[in-house]
Design a binder for this molecule. Structure first.
Ligand SMILES: [Mg+2]
Length: 355
């Protein structure tokens, strides 16, 4: 078993602790953001801001500064983030001479978003498409769910599973050493997370529709079924619990408040770690493709966007315009399945043609 240690700088800890205190995720240190947060704190507006973020979660809907018609917004969206199906030929052309590595989020990407998070099952057709994809390209599932849970949904061997937003990675056997490669950068927080889970179950239980989910290295408080009038009370409860745990931070996903260790480790770090584990660190011979629908997937999109000479492709799953670092878009899981099937068909044809 190969374990790797994560070094956390004091600066990153203090920033994340401040973010936890302010109930807002601060993805990039910025003095103006910190000033804004401090100002809000002084004026008692923290909960209002947080509830507004809850309303806009997953990720923020694109909000133009000037008034534009919906059609203008849509045209701008498809211009800047064209359909990955419409641009399929260009995408496979970019992969010429390179190994495609697929990264797939689970909820909202391979399965529909449903009221009950325990019922987010993927279809047999989607499972078949993912299985075929993994037979031609290294494929990783990168999810906010705990690894065991996402595996119980996907039920496919031969894939890499990264659960808890990449804080619980199981790569499999290293090709050279034969050792099992795994990585759990948040392991020192396990008992703390479990403690907070029990407190949240008690505190949040009185709010109808709220559901607390443990994902081992992080927690989720789902508010999809909570009356919007109760969101403020819910945010207050979660915030009051987190006050006693400055080493944890809050982030927002699709209708879920997430609690995780305040360490600099996200889905973007997980993608970099997995590429390195697969032997593609700083390699020009790889084309990573990441498909996801959530605010937390933006960290991975940014990593791919900023790779050497843009050698990475981010695809956001969304029907509406949103702020995103992804280059392409797909509207819903059925389009993700279509994209995966076309990728497999293209690869099969390509292999036959080269024989
Ligand atoms: Mg998702």
């Amino acid at each position: 078993m190969v374990k790797q240690n994560l070094v956390i700088s004091d600066a990153s800890i203090s920033l994340e602790i401040f973010a936890a205190e302010s109930c807002l995720e601060v993805p990039a240190a910025s003095s103006s953001i910190i000033k804004m947060l401090k100002s809000e704190s002084q004026h008692g507006g923290k909960i209002t801001t947080f509830v507004a973020s809850m309303r806009n979660s997953s990720p923020t809907r694109f909000r133009p500064t000037e008034v534009r018609s919906e059609m203008d917004e849509q045209i701008s969206w498809v211009t800047h983030h064209p359909s990955a199906l419409g641009m399929f030929d260009q995408i496979v052309h970019a992969s010429r001479g390179k190994q495609i590595v697929m990264f797939l989020d689970y909820d909202g990407t391979l399965s529909p978003i449903v009221q009950d998070p325990d019922g987010a099952f993927m279809s047999d057709e989607m499972r078949e498409a993912v299985k075929d994809t993994a037979s031609y390209f290294p494929t990783a599932i990168v999810s906010g769910r705990c690894r065991d849970k996402v595996y119980s949904f996907v039920r496919l061997a031969g894939l890499i599973y990264a659960g808890s937003h990449g804080m619980d990675i199981e790569v499999g056997d290293d090709k050279k050493s034969g050792e099992d490669v795994s990585f759990q950068p948040g392991s020192e927080f396990l008992s703390m997370i479990d403690e907070v889970y029990k407190i949240l179950l008690e505190r949040v239980g009185s709010i109808p529709g709220a559901k607390v989910e443990t994902n081992k290295y992080c927690l989720g408080v789902h508010f999809r079924c909570v009356d919007e009038k109760k969101w403020s009370a819910l945010a207050e409860q979660v915030k009051s619990v987190l006050k006693g745990y400055p080493k944890l931070k809050l982030t927002l996903g699709r209708k879920v408040i997430e609690i995780r260790p305040a360490i600099k480790w996200d889905k973007g770090n997980a993608v970099e770690f997995l590429l390195k584990s697969l032997g593609y660190a700083n390699s020009d011979d790889v084309l990573p493709v990441y498909i996801g629908d959530d605010r937390t997937d933006e960290d991975a999109f940014k990593v791919l966007r900023d790779r050497n000479r843009g050698q990475g492709i981010g695809i956001i799953v969304s029907k509406v315009p949103k702020e995103t670092a992804a280059a392409y878009s797909l509207q819903e899981p059925s389009e993700v399945m279509e994209f995966l099937r076309r990728l497999v068909d293209w690869k099969r044809y390509d292999l036959c043609a080269s024989m």
